[in-house]
Design a binder for this molecule. Structure first.
Ligand SMILES: Nc1ncnc2c1ncn2[C@@H]1O[C@H](COP(=O)(O)OP(=O)(O)OP(=O)(O)O)[C@@H](O)[C@H]1O
Ligand SMILES: [Mg+2]
Length: 250
C-alpha cells in the first residue's frame, strides 16, 4: 500500500516541485513504484520538471469527473519505468473536493509504494486538498526569513491533520554563508519551526533531473530516509551538515 507524502511550503518558489520530482526519481531508481501527483492546480509544472509534458491524455480532473479511470491518467516515465506522473489541470478555478482526490489516490495506492503529492504554496484550498489526501508531509523552506515565517504557518496548520510524520527540507542552503553566520543553520530553522530536520539541499547552479542522483547526495539521503537504506545510515553518521558540505565539495 503506497505511503502518501505531501510536499508543501508556506512561500512559493522554495523548491517543492524540485524536491517532489527528484525524490520521485530517486525512489524509482531504487526500484520503488512511485506516482508523482501534481495537485498544484493552475501553476502545475511537475510534468515539465519530470520531462513528461504533453504525454498525458488525461489529468486528475478527468478522473474526478469520470472521463477516465485513475490508471488511465497515469503517464509512465520514459526513462524510469516504475515512475508515474498524474498530471494536474490548468483550470485553477474548478472546484475539486479533497474527498474526490483522496478516493482516486486510495484506488491507486495498493499497486504502488509511494504517492508523492506536489501542492501549491500557502494555506488556501489547494493546500487543504493536498494535505487531506496524505498520510505524511514534507515541509520545504529556504533559510530566508520570509520563507521561514510562512513555513511556520504551514507547520502550525499541519498539526491539525492526523499525519503520521512531518519532515523538513531546508533547500537552497549555501554552506559558505552558513559558516559566516549570514544564514541560519538548518538545525536552528528546524527548532524555530518545531519540525524535525530531514535533509538539507544545497543551492546549486543548476538542478538537472537526469543526473541528479550523481550530483546531489541530498536527494539520495532523502529517498533513503523514507526507505531506510544504506545512504540513510551514512547520512546519520555524518550528520546533515556533513552531507551538505560533502555535496558542496563534490
Ligand atoms: N537547491 C536548489 N538550488 C538551485 N535552484 C533551485 C534549487 N531548488 C529549486 N531551485 C530552482 O528554484 C525554482 C523554484 O523551484 P520549484 O519550482 O521547485 O519551487 P516550488 O516551491 O515548487 O514553486 P511554486 O510555489 O511556484 O510551485 C526553480 O527554478 C528551481 O529549478
Ligand atoms: Mg511547484
Amino acid at each position: 500500500m503506497a505511503r502518501k507524502i505531501v510536499v508543501t511550503s508556506g512561500k512559493g518558489g522554495v523548491g517543492k516541485t524540485t524536491v517532489t520530482a527528484n525524490l520521485g526519481v530517486q525512489l524509482a531508481k531504487n526500484g520503488y513504484r512511485v506516482i508523482v501527483c501534481d495537485l498544484d492546480f493552475g501553476l502545475n509544472n511537475i510534468d515539465v520538471v519530470l520531462g513528461v509534458e504533453n504525454l498525458a491524455s488525461f489529468d486528475v480532473v478527468d478522473v474526478v469527473e469520470g472521463r477516465c479511470r485513475p490508471k488511465q491518467a497515469l503517464v509512465r516515465h520514459p526513462h524510469y519505468p516504475t515512475l508515474y506522473s498524474l498530471a494536474s489541470n490548468r483550470i485553477s478555478e474548478r472546484y475539486v473536493s479533497p474527498q474526490a482526490v483522496r478516493l482516486i489516490l486510495d484506488a491507486l495506492a495498493p499497486r504502488y509504494d509511494f504517492i508523492l503529492i506536489d501542492s501549491p504554496a500557502g494555506i488556501d484550498e489547494g493546500f487543504h486538498r493536498a494535505v487531506a489526501c496524505a498520510d505524511e508531509a514534507l515541509l520545504v523552506t529556504t533559510p530566508h526569513i520570509s520563507a521561514m515565517r510562512d513555513g511556520a504557518r504551514v507547520a502550525g496548520m499541519l498539526k491539525s491533520y492526523h499525519l503520521q510524520r512531518v519532515g523538513l527540507v531546508v533547500n537552497m542552503v549555501r554552506a559558505d554563508l552558513v559558516r559566516r553566520g549570514e544564514l541560519l543553520k538548518p538545525e536552528e530553522i528546524s527548532e524555530a519551526l518545531h519540525v524535525p530536520l530531514t535533509v538539507v539541499v544545497p543551492e546549486e547552479d543548476k538542478i538537472f533531473l537526469d543526473n541528479v542522483a550523481d550530483r546531489c547526495r541530498s536527494f539520495r539521503l532523502l529517498a533513503n530516509f523514507y526507505t531506510g537504506g544504506i545512504a540513510g545510515s551514512e547520512g546519520k553518521k555524518k550528520g546533515f551538515f556533513g552531507g551538505l558540505f560533502g555535496a558542496l565539495h563534490r
